[in-house]
Design a binder for this molecule. Structure first.
Ligand code: GKR
Ligand code: MG
Length: 416
């Protein structure tokens, strides 16, 4: 048996602490879910991967674990094809199947890098920057998760942010702790004029620093045009103001600033209509659903061909994902904007050994060790897996959680 064949794929669901961050769907629960992958080769080399959590994703990764055994770790295209074929009968959407192969591809690349003694960025063509800039991801938030079902309230060291002053204070803390030089506000929580006021307050507090607003399709086309008009000259881009490619195209016609998305262009088949309708000017890539790191690199080339600028999307995540995001961002020549990351909200519960990934001066240095350059903390993995088991939580439900405190809360998109 060749030393570089896959012996086993260990799939471990975990739960980690998350603050009460507000969005257009409701509010983040006290725990967020991810899945950690360990791809074990015959020679004992282990490649790491991290995937968004939830039962469906877990079951698909478990199915993938059965088909990859015996395959060659350098055959990552064949590995992706085998996973795709295994999932096809039960998962009709190629985009959904892609989530699974993306996570496994990262683990393959980590193992390949370890075998070769080279960082993953080298396997993607080499890094064109030594550090990758990230934006402070600002959220409206409650001071604490309120007490619930006998569980006491859970606070954090960020405090409440429910108005412009609270958002400016959160930006100050983000900057003080991590040195961020650009800011993204998660909107879609309050009436648009209140969020406009928060953006204007940020612009006043941090003149000249790039700002973005992302209401996650909470607005109609007309409302989106209004916000774009009012924030002309203030935002570097407006993210997913309204739903769908035709809606975004309608807004883009009159928008003085670029429109960005991580919602209406999320699969290869969306690119053609988006380009034909000139619906977006910035694409927020995400290797977790674009097919992995190599496909993200290819996506960057497609965007370059069509004059679409690039930035990067994030969801609640830990360090294996951050390392993967950093390697691929380092290998993309035209990375036009700082990337998103939720890491400051979740890093206290990371599963990797601290020290390699530091957010400093608003950037993460590209790890130079073999593979992703990060090491799994097995005790922490066990602790977070236990928390997953004990919590009984099996999926994300921002709306349901919000209703525990505001029973009349309705999910309404667009809301304004
Ligand atoms: O964490 O609440 C959140 C975000 O709204 C996340 O779910 C989005 O996927 O960050 C994301 C975005 O940019 O839309
Ligand atoms: Mg977004």
């Amino acid at each position: 048996m060749s030393a570089t064949r896959i012996r086993e794929l260990i799939v471990t669901p975990i739960a980690f602490r998350d603050p009460p961050l507000l969005n257009s769907n409701g509010v983040h629960e006290p725990l967020a879910l991810r899945i950690i992958l360990q791809l074990v080769l015959e020679d004992g080399t282990i490649g790491l991967g991290e995937s968004p959590g939830g039962t469906a994703r877990l079951e698909r990764l478990q199915a993938a674990a059965e088909v990859v055994v015996g395959m060659h770790v350098f055959d990552s295209t064949a590995v992706a094809a085998a996973i795709d074929a295994a999932l096809l009968p039960t998962v009709p959407s190629s985009h959904e199947r892609g989530w699974t192969s993306s996570a496994v591809e990262v683990a393959c690349l980590d193992a390949q890098g370890k075998l070769l003694g080279r960082p993953v960025s080298d396997l993607l063509g080499g890094r064109v920057r030594d550090s990758v800039p990230f934006a402070a991801y600002l959220f409206y938030k409650w001071a604490e998760h309120p007490a619930l079902d006998g569980r006491p309230a859970v606070g954090d060291d960020w405090g409440e942010a429910l108005d412009p002053a609270g958002i400016v204070e959160q930006a100050r803390l983000m900057r003080e702790r991590y040195g961020f030089e650009s800011f993204k506000l998660k909107g879609g929580v309050f009436p648009p004029d209140e969020e406009i006021a928060a953006i204007k307050a940020l612009a006043e507090a941090y003149p000249g620093q790039p700002l973005r607003l992302d209401p996650n399709v909470a607005w109609t086309v007309e409302r989106s045009k209004y916000v774009a008009r009012v924030l002309d000259g203030v935002l570097e881009y407006l993210e997913d103001p309204t739903k769908g490619i035709p809606g975004m195209a309608e807004v883009a016609k009159d928008s003085p600033m670029p429109l960005a998305t991580n919602m209406c262009v999320i699969a290869w088949e969306h690119l053609r209509p988006a380009v034909e309708q000139d619906a977006i000017q910035v694409l927020l890539t995400d290797h977790h659903y674009w097919g992995g790191l190599r496909r993200t690199r290819e996506l960057a080339a497609v965007c370059e061909a069509f004059g679409i600028a690039l930035s990067m999307h994030s969801n609640s995540h830990l360090g294996i994902s951050l390392a993967a995001m950093t390697h691929v961002a380092a290998a993309i020549p035209d990375l036009d904007h700082s990337c998103d990351t939720h890491y400051p909200w979740n890093s206290a519960d990371d599963v990797i050994v601290p020290g390699v990934l530091e957010l400093r001066d608003g950037a993460v240095e590209v790890p130079t060790g073999p593979g992703l350059g990060v090491e799994l903390d097995h005790d922490k993995l066990e602790e977070l897996h236990r928390r997953y088991v004990d919590s009984g939580m099996r999926g994300r439900d921002d709306t349901g959680y919000m209703r525990r405190f505001r029973p009349g809360y309705e999910l309404k998109l667009p809301r304004w």
